[in-house]
Design a protein around this ligand. Structure first.
Ligand SMILES: [Zn+2]
Ligand SMILES: [Zn+2]
Length: 353
């Protein structure tokens, strides 16, 4: 057991392209808390936006919300059976359990997600540090040993499982994924078992090839082909039954609505920036074709459990998405690598491997 002595290093994003490293005391877990030693944390678009200065309300941020590690110490009031040495994934999202959304079962949109934040103080999920202190409910134990990098992907996989669970294609349906970045390709991996025909739309040739390698039935290059026409051509004129828009482009949402089949569903998976951006669609599509335009955000506690068990038992193959790793001290290099179009998930690990 830890006695609270010693310090650890963590990164703080203090402003656009500014990363500070600080030594802080290793905390002791409170009664309902768990102390985790970080084994791997992935660089996600949120941290990239904060680092690039696009999302500036988050400073000073201890980023890293996609991470996994090893249990070091467990508070006496943590209910689940956890022991030092257990391999765990961390759900960074806070869920109060008491707000209307939590009580309705929508804890992915908990009203009090950011309540722990104090203005001016470094805050955040903490994966870009050597240790992180979390509430017991945020900890998910792997039932069997998992590769550290795959273990760190429970969070993004849970988000994708949430989207696919909300909008599940029927066997034989045509599902279209717009954008073959990591989130689009995770959708592809998750859709394999549904029996849907999966089409991926992506302008980058390398990413289209990756999508085909990962099992896409067809790809569309929207930079040279008409997207709506291509979807119609692939579906004998009917359109897509389910479309996941995994890129934050308003025009992609508009086109997806117009390429939807009767009773088709379009899910806005990626956020669109700047906030307040408007889209234009012909509302008659909703009336005449009963098309549904919706979306999904983050993951609920059940999705996270599903992701952990899917990874543990290898029911979803994440290996094609693991790109490279950097030691924590080279976080800036990790951001640079993550911004390249030929990488999918870039990781920060204690030793960079
Ligand atoms: Zn993420
Ligand atoms: Zn809540």
């Amino acid at each position: 057991m830890l006695n609270g002595a010693g310090s650890y290093r963590r990164s703080v994003i203090t402003g656009p392209r500014q990363i500070a490293f600080e030594e802080v005391a290793i905390p002791l877990p409170g009664p309902s808390q768990v102390l985790v030693k970080v084994a791997a944390a992935a660089v996600c678009t949120w941290e990239q936006r904060v680092y690039a200065g696009i999302d500036s309300w988050s400073y000073p941020l201890v980023g890293g919300h996609e991470f996994a590690g090893e249990v070091i110490a467990v508070g006496p009031k943590v209910s689940q059976p956890l022991a030092p040495g257990d391999q765990v994934a961390v759900a960074g999202l806070r869920r109060c359990g008491e707000c209307w959304a939590c009580r309705r079962g929508y804890d992915n949109v908990c009203d009090n997600q950011h309540s722990a934040r104090e203005p001016g103080k470094a805050w955040g999920p903490g994966g870009f540090g050597e240790y992180a202190l979390l509430e017991g409910y945020q900890i998910y134990r792997y039932p069997r040993p998992v590769h550290a990098l795959e273990a760190a992907l429970a969070e993004p996989l849970a988000c994708v499982l949430h989207d696919v669970k909300r909008f599940t294609p029927r066997r034989g349906d045509t599902a279209v994924i717009v954008g073959a970045g990591i989130m689009g390709l995770l959708h592809l991996a998750a859709l394999r078992s549904t029996g849907a025909v999966v089409v991926v739309s992506e302008p980058d040739a390398t990413r289209r090839t990756k999508a085909l390698e990962m099992g896409a039935h067809a790809v569309i290059d929207p930079s040279t082909e008409d997207y709506v026409e291509s979807v119609k051509r692939l579906t004998e004129g009917r359109g897509a039954n389910v479309t996941y828009v995994a890129i934050g482009l308003p025009s992609a949402i508009e086109q997806s609505v117009h390429a939807a089949a009767k009773r088709g569903v379009v899910s806005v998976y990626a956020s669109v920036h700047p906030r307040g951006t408007l889209i234009q669609v012909d509302p008659n599509v909703f009336h005449h074709k009963e098309v549904v335009l919706s979306g999904s955000v983050a993951q609920d506690h059940e999705d996270f459990l599903d992701a952990v068990w899917s990874i543990a038992h290898q029911t979803i193959d994440l290996k094609p998405l693991l790109s490279c790793s950097f030691p924590l001290g080279q976080l800036a290099d990790a951001f640079a690598a993550a911004a390249r179009p030929d990488t999918y998930r870039v990781f920060v690990t204690p030793d960079g491997v």
